[in-house]
Design a binder for this molecule. Structure first.
Ligand code: SF4
Length: 818
């Protein structure tokens, strides 16, 4: 049996002509079943279990076209159209409908240069101030982007280089089907834009301009297998020069009434499958391969031929190119995809490989619009609901809350800190949906393999952690299931909480962390919230109040005030201990401790010992943000680096203090940084055993400076949030027993799901939570035992009060009401 794997595909691009001919021969001679197997192998090796689609709205800007193709029902004569072009209002109305339905893409499809054939088109453009269809397309794409945030994909046919360049400023990706390189096809006889060299020139110019580009072939319009191989090779050759082809569409011909080819036979299925498989083998593996699901009755079979993308699927508009073939419902697409052992993920019009490298591939004006809809992998945010561009105005009253308020269209997706409900990812008794258990043994692919290893007790490495973060659909539920099983084995069913009070003694800070909405410069006026500094008496009084209300811990952290030296933290600790000797003082981030020692010129160990003698009992893990210095250089360039954070906690552990690990995730980083963070902290825990828990802190974007400057994402998606906690449970297996939910950021409904995905702790009552509120979070400033119970009872779990280090508090619980 001749096998055409990846190695042969590579030779095809680089080998001498003799080798190419022999591979052509093999492609033509290999039995179809074997070819399909080889194509799947190439696909699976490159993309694992992932299959993507783009939730889009279809905007047929003009159905006039100067070309006459024998298979086309899209192009219409002027007499059949009310107007030659959609008006700006019509364009916007369609786009808004798309945005309301949760789409990410506005696909502009149009005929080619109708103004050269129809006076009515030329006159309309002139009357409306445009000198070409492409100019009008540019302005409509800009309008849709500005008003709805949908990312345009311009599908304007064969263009000249200046036209491609103009559209690059408003359209993150562009597309044009090569169709075929045969210049003698009957169907293209009346189509000047289908001259092969016109198409190849467009493809080449797009590469020179660094435009992420979509192209493809049409199968069954009179061409042969050799012709298809030639077309695919031409695409691969252009890609080899520029690296710009993001996807190739292999589309089957279907005859349509009232077209020149209406009496021709449709593309035979075997011929279509052969073409898809040949494309997968000929093209570099990194190019995504797409086949439209609405043009095949049994579309699951397309996956068997090696595709990894379904293309644009619209929940609201018809496929205007194939109006008789509606798109399958998303649920059906998911069922068919999962039945083949794959996981479905929504993407943007620009693929992740290009989206995460925007300086090369995207006009600067589009960097933020892309980031604003991206998840951490550069795919489309996958929480259900609407995503509108956020508009803000200065808040009238700031106090300890956010400095800005949202105006205009409200997004309805879940965001960290916002009140929008999260999707039910694992099924939950809490929100009334059945608890959906996934049998891990039925999963296939890399994630399934990792989970099998985990169940055998194997520790996951950095690369495996990154792979787990790519989970979708059933894979997410499987990870949650494995994490929940581990939680049960390690700590049982009780959900713990600590009765504590946050005391943020000052919001004045000399540091300039780009994510921080809490800190104020010393000269801030009311526009940025009032700068404050609590006195030692204030702090002591708050500690006393907290004790009277039943607290066992105060958590002390704040800005780095320019007047502080290291003795301030020692004085604060003493003030609390003098007021309430029994109180556990959990205080001071690694930044505060490191800065305190530095300002005194004292060795870190000595300084920490003096803090301990004053009464400090443990350190919070905040200021870790992401322990990856490349990301810290963006988020907090003047703060301690990764080594310094780790060193501070190591020294604290050596001094006999406990601490915890936090991670602030979902702003600018990608999953590889999350994995580094987990692996580095895990190594320290293996050495010292001093960390009590892991706390995931999803980035709250609404009033964060870095988001307001349009330089970050909108925090993690709920899937990413759930995975962060579940994967932490798995990754720290045997080293850290407690995984905490941050209710201030995740909210009660989300918290209930996380508690069924590996978490066992709700954190503290806090009483005065200021830091998340300053970033725009709206889940309240404090919790009570009753409020915790309202989350844990519906999921059938008991609630247990703990002290800071997970012992039982040695004081009578206070009676508190919500
Ligand atoms: S995160 Fe902390 S150190 Fe950074 S600016 Fe805010 S208060 Fe200051």
């Amino acid at each position: 049996m001749k096998q055409l794997g990846r190695a042969l595909a590579i030779q095809l691009h680089s080998g001498p002509r003799r080798v190419q001919l022999s591979i052509h021969q093999r492609l033509l001679e290999t039995p179809l079943d074997q070819l399909l197997t080889d194509a799947r192998t190439v696909r699976d090796r490159q993309f694992g279990s992932r299959v993507t689609y783009s939730p889009k709205v279809f905007i047929p800007l003009t159905m006039l076209c100067r070309d006459k193709c024998g298979y086309c029902t899209f192009a219409q004569p002027p007499a059949r159209l009310e107007n030659p072009y959609l008006s700006a209002d019509q364009v916007l109305a369609i786009a808004k409908q798309g945005a309301k339905s949760g789409c990410h893409e506005a696909l502009f499809t149009l005929g080619e240069r109708p103004e050269l054939r129809y006076d009515v088109a030329a006159e309309w453009l002139k009357a409306n101030g445009f000198d070409s269809t492409v100019h009008y397309l540019h302005d409509m794409a800009a309008l849709v982007l500005k008003e709805t945030g949908l990312l345009p994909h311009a599908n304007a046919g064969a263009l000249y280089k200046d036209e491609l360049a103009m559209l690059r400023s408003v359209s993150p990706s562009q597309g044009m089907m090569i169709e075929s390189l045969r210049d003698d096809l009957d169907c293209h006889r009346g189509a000047p834009d289908k001259v092969p060299q016109r198409r190849l020139d467009t493809l080449e110019w797009a590469g020179e301009l660094k435009i992420p580009f979509t192209t493809g072939i049409l199968v069954g319009i009179g061409e042969t297998r050799e012709d298809r191989i030639n077309a695919l090779e031409a695409i691969a050759t252009s890609h080899a020069r520029h690296g710009h082809v993001q996807e190739v569409i292999v589309q089957n011909f279907l005859p349509k009434p009232r077209t020149g080819m209406q009496h021709e036979a449709p593309c035979p299925q075997d011929e279509y499958l052969w073409s898809i498989a040949a494309a997968r083998i000929i093209l570099p593996p990194s190019i995504h391969l797409q086949a439209p699901p609405n043009l095949s009755d049994d579309f699951g079979i397309l996956l068997d031929a090696g595709i990894d993308d379904w293309g644009g699927v619209s929940p609201i508009t018809a496929d205007h190119v194939n109006p008789e073939r509606p798109w399958p419902a998303l649920d059906k697409l998911r069922v068919v995809t999962e039945a083949r052992g794959k996981a479905l993920a929504p993407r943007l019009t620009i693929y992740p490989e290009f989206a995460i490298n925007p300086t090369v591939w995207v006009d600067e004006a589009l960097h933020f619009p892309i980031q604003d809809r991206s998840d951490a992998e550069g795919l489309g945010r996958d929480d259900p609901g609407q995503v509108w561009p956020e508009k803000v105005t200065a808040a009238d009253v700031v106090l300890d809350g956010a400095e800005v308020v949202l105006i205009g269209h409200r997004s309805t997706q879940w965001y960290s800190g916002a009140n929008n409900p999260p999707p039910s990812l694992i099924g939950s008794q809490h929100d009334g949906t059945p608890f959906d258990e996934v049998d891990v043994d039925t999963l296939r692919g890399p994630i399934a393999e990792i989970l099998h290893g985990v169940r055998l007790g194997q520790r996951i490495n950095e690369a495996e952690i990154v792979t787990l973060f790519s989970a979708r659909g059933k894979e997410v539920r499987a990870i949650a299931r494995v994490a929940d099983d581990l939680r049960k084995q390690v700590v049982g069913d009780a959900i713990t909480w600590v009765h504590n009070r946050n005391i943020n003694y000052t919001n004045v800070c000399t540091f300039k962390c780009k994510f921080c909405g809490f800190s104020k410069g010393p000269l801030s006026l009311n526009l940025r919230g009032t700068p404050y500094l609590l006195t030692l008496d204030d702090i002591a009084n708050r500690a006393r109040e907290a004790w009277d209300l039943g607290a066992t811990e105060v958590t002390l952290q704040g800005g780095i005030h320019p007047d502080f030296d290291g003795d301030y933290y020692i004085d604060v600790t003493r003030a609390v201990k003098n007021a309430v000797p029994e109180m556990h003082v959990h205080g001071f981030t690694a930044l505060e401790v490191t800065e305190g020692a530095k300002r005194l010129g004292e060795p870190l160990y000595n300084y920490i010992m003096r803090l301990k003698e004053a009464g400090l009992a443990s350190l919070p893990g905040t200021a870790a943000e992401i322990l990856d210095d490349d990301i810290r250089a963006i988020l907090c360039p003047d703060k301690i680096n990764t080594e310094e954070w780790l060193e501070c906690h190591q020294v604290a552990h050596e001094a006999g203090l406990r601490s915890n690990i936090t991670i602030m995730f979902g702003s600018v980083e990608h999953p590889n940084s999350w994995a580094k963070h987990i692996v580095r902290t895990r190594a320290l825990q293996a050495q010292t055993g001093g960390f009590t828990e892991f706390v995931g802190l999803p980035f709250v974007h609404m009033a964060s400076p870095i988001y307001l400057q349009h330089k970050s994402r909108r925090g993690p998606t709920f899937r990413e949030t759930l995975l962060m906690h579940a994967i932490a449970r798995i990754a720290y297996m045997g080293l850290i027993d407690n995984i905490q939910v941050s209710w201030t950021k995740i909210g009660p409904i989300g918290a209930a799901q996380l508690l069924q995905a590996g978490c066992n702790d709700m954190g503290g009552t806090l009483m005065n939570e200021n830091i998340s509120r300053a970033a725009g979070a709206s889940h309240g400033q404090g919790m009570t035992e009753d409020a915790f119970r309202a989350i844990t009872e519906p999921i059938g779990r008991s609630l247990l009060q703990r002290d800071t280090t997970y012992g039982r508090p040695d004081r009578e619980p206070a009676i508190l009401s919500s």
